[in-house]
Ligand binder design. Structure first.
Ligand SMILES: *Cc1c(COP(=O)(O)O)cnc(C)c1O
Length: 393
């Protein structure tokens, strides 16, 4: 059986897979099983932040697993302590971290922090968590319920109670009541369609929540770790959240999730945990990814890469106003809104056929999440291929 047949026979069909299998990559370049080459504007959905086949990351991981891959959170784990320090220092916030294995798990941790925080006076139990329509917070029973998309709430009930959906940031204030413990938002909605929130509104919301004693929890699973050009989108928005979650880009491809909070005393031993989370392998990867990207940021490469990518996307947008009506995003989480949602699938397929990988977001957005280390040559080549692909539509 070939791979497609094996997959169809033995893997549950939860994904509408495209007809391609990638076998190797270098930075933003990919090679498929037929030897065909591609430019990658997706980085595996914002995961491969330091590029495919990054040598420093590969070496760090290999070095680590020769010594120790995994022991247990019952004992001290040096790279975990160091990864936490690196994350906290890069964030600029006075916080502590918990390590899990995915974005959904990081958000589960955030929700547990909120729910425990809501117990604090023993009188009125505060438990309600407000999230936004079109948000995406994960696929576990709880995080899928936290996700403000009704279409994702089929079949899986009964769900945990206490999630309330605001129709945009303006509606949050009117939904606050004595039972509200937290508001959880993405600053740039990713899956919802590359939808950056308004900076002034976010700052006003942060101020309001602080006054009301309601936690602000920011889901930075997609926006975190320099995706916007700052270490966190929260830094870009100049706010101080109480809880922040990270995942996609922070391990460079090694599965990790992080929840960090200024509520340093919230958990006691036994309140939360994970068998795999924070193990030697995954936290060593985090350390190396953050070191690489901190240097990339400090020497100006990141800002130059973002500026170059943004200009290339702008040129591409201006050349194709017949298809696109708006350019959106911040840094390297960017998108183009198509005029006609029916063209989106055709664009993505034609792009793939011509050797460039791009993503869909929401109903009508072509999404770009390149590796943060993408080079000018790779950017130029990618947009040239995309340009050619569009001429065949
Ligand atoms: C991808 C994503 C998640 C879910 O992460 P998983 O690792 O797939 O569980 C949660 N929130 C946001 C904003 C995401 O983009």
């Amino acid at each position: 059986m070939n791979i497609q047949e094996l997959d169809k026979k033995y893997v549950l069909p939860t994904y509408a897979r495209a007809d391609v299998e990638f076998v190797s990559g270098k930075n933003a370049r990919l090679v498929d099983a037929n030897g065909k080459k591609y430019i990658d504007f997706t980085s595996g959905i914002a995961v491969v932040s330091v590029g495919h086949g990054n040598e420093r990351l590969t070496n760090a991981i290999c070095e680590q697993i020769k010594d120790m891959m995994h022991m247990s959170n019952l004992y001290y784990i040096a790279p975990q302590a160091k990864a936490a320090q690196k994350i906290v220092e890069a964030s600029g916030y006075d916080m502590k971290c918990f390590f899990g294995n995915s974005g959904a798990e990081a958000n589960e941790g955030a929700i547990k922090i909120a729910r425990k925080h809501g117990e604090r006076d023993g009188q009125v139990k505060q438990y309600k968590i407000i999230t936004l329509n079109h948000s995406f917070h994960g696929r576990t029973i709880t995080t899928v319920k936290a996700t403000g998309q009704e279409s994702m709430h089929n079949y899986f009930g009964p769900f945990p109670d206490g999630f309330v959906y605001a129709n945009g940031i303006d509606e949050i204030e009117s939904l606050l009541d004595d039972h509200t413990v937290a508001v959880m938002i993405e600053l740039v909605q990713g899956e919802g369609g590359v939808q950056p929130l308004d900076k002034q509104k976010v700052q006003a919301l942060a101020k309001l929540l602080k006054e009301k004693g309601v936690l602000l929890m920011v889901d930075e699973v997609q926006t975190g770790v320099y995706r916007t050009g700052k270490f966190l989108a929260s830094n870009y928005y100049e706010i101080e959240p109480d809880v922040i979650t990270l995942a996609k880009g922070v391990g460079g491809g090694v599965p990790v999730g992080v929840v960090m909070t200024s509520l340093k005393g919230i958990f006691s031993p036994g309140d939360h945990g994970s068998t795999f989370g924070g193990n030697n392998l995954s936290t060593r990867a985090i350390c190396e990814v953050i070191d690489i990207l901190n240097e990339y940021d400090a020497n100006g490469e990141l800002a130059r890469g973002i500026a170059y990518f943004d200009a290339a996307l702008e040129n591409f947008y201006n050349a194709h106003k017949e298809l696109f009506m708006e350019k959106v995003g911040i840094g390297m989480i960017a998108g183009l809104r198509v005029k006609d949602a029916d063209t989106l699938g055709k664009i993505i397929n034609a792009a793939r056929e011509h050797g460039v990988m791009v993503l869909k977001a929401g109903r009508n957005t072509l999404r770009f999440l390149p590796p943060l280390t993408i080079t000018k040559e790779e950017i130029d080549e990618g947009f040239e291929l995309l340009h050619t692909a569009l001429t065949t539509l």
